[in-house]
Design a protein around this ligand. Structure first.
Ligand SMILES: [Zn+2]
Ligand SMILES: [Zn+2]
Length: 334
């Protein structure tokens, strides 16, 4: 099989490897669609820890091609989306944190290849009404579903989402579904603002054309928003969220800030106005539930471009340049 092997920085080499065979409890997936994630972009820029050489790609769907010992052969041919981790349900993290932080997780092999091996438990059958390409959005969507449920949603809440990439789009959709009265989306790229409208945003802000602070104060009678979500991964924008949140309002960090970054905010103001700040990294316990929510969203146009395996780096580079919303790689052909 062909594998897009990552050798550090922006270097990917297409290498020929033996087709994988499933171990006990595993399945081999013929990969259909791999979503390029902000994390992949950060890895190639040295901003997120990873060891080369390795096969990247963790948001993927495909068809079960082979099953290992202990897995029913009837699953061959099943269309699935894969969770990158498995869980034991017994360890301290599974019990006290979330199943996506299981200490005994068996990670799947990377998906930027024609085939990938995953624990059978991590391969979830697609529900009715969900196609393979859309299903590849399950991982990013599940992170946003988990994140959007971190804070209670007050009645008639005005919420702010900064960032209209794929994660911002799902955050808009899920905060709206949770009952936010007004969702303000701040995003400089026009096409992403338009998509935000489709996902449920009520007020669109181009921060380069109109001061976001003025928009927020206009929509909230000068009080600030109830919940502000940072979905870019820039510390100054987390600080901005804190500024624009009302007293006892809550801030949600869904964007991934670089390691060792420091929060630039007025700590006196943060303390005095009793703002809440909550990190939200990863899928929590939401992966499986997200599969059933996706068919209820209007995701037309979310997948902006498709790349063959040979152009993996182009997909990651273009994604880092902010091209489109979600770029995907199709290891077995477009
Ligand atoms: Zn991801
Ligand atoms: Zn566990």
């Amino acid at each position: 099989m062909k594998v897009a092997m990552w050798h550090g920085a922006g270097k990917f080499v297409i290498e020929e490897k033996p087709d994988p065979s499933p171990g006990p409890g595993q399945v081999v997936i013929k990969v259909d669609t791999v979503g390029v994630c902000g994390t992949d972009v950060h890895i190639t820029q040295g901003l997120f820890p990873a060891t080369a050489p390795s096969v990247l790609g963790h948001e993927f769907s495909g068809t079960i091609a082979a099953t290992g010992k202990g897995v029913g052969r009837r699953r061959v041919g099943e269309q699935v989306v894969c969770d990158i981790t498995s869980h034991c349900g017994k360890c301290a993290n599974c019990r006290e944190w979330t199943i996506s932080r299981c200490e005994n997780s068996q990670r799947s092999s990377g998906a930027l290849a024609e085939f990938s091996v995953v624990p059978a438990q991590s391969a979830h059958r697609l529900p009715e009404g969900l196609d393979l390409e859309t299903a590849a959005l399950t991982e990013p969507a599940s992170c946003c579903l988990s994140g959007s449920e971190m804070w209670p949603m007050p009645k008639d809440a005005v919420v702010l989402v900064i960032g209209g990439g794929i994660m911002g789009q799902f955050t808009v959709a899920f905060l709206k579904r949770r009952g936010a009265k007004t969702v303000i989306l701040s995003e400089p790229v026009a096409s992403r603002r338009e998509l935000g409208r489709q996902m449920g945003a009520d007020v669109l802000n181009d921060p380069r054309a109109e001061d976001l602070g003025e928009v927020v104060m206009r929509e909230t009678n000068g009080r600030g928003v109830h919940i502000a979500a940072e979905v870019v991964g820039k510390t100054e924008l987390v600080g901005r969220c804190i500024e624009l949140t009302r007293p006892r309002g809550n801030v949600l960090m869904i964007g991934v800030c670089p390691q060792k970054s420091i929060l630039p905010t007025d700590m006196y103001d943060f303390h005095y106005r009793e703002i809440g700040l909550r990190g939200a990294f990863g899928r929590g316990n939401c992966f499986k539930r997200t599969l059933h929510v996706l068919p209820e969203l209007n995701l037309n146009g979310v997948i902006s471009a498709r790349y063959p395996l040979e152009r993996t780096y182009d997909a990651i580079y273009d994604s880092g340049q902010g091209r489109g919303v979600k770029l995907v790689v199709k290891p077995n052909g477009i």
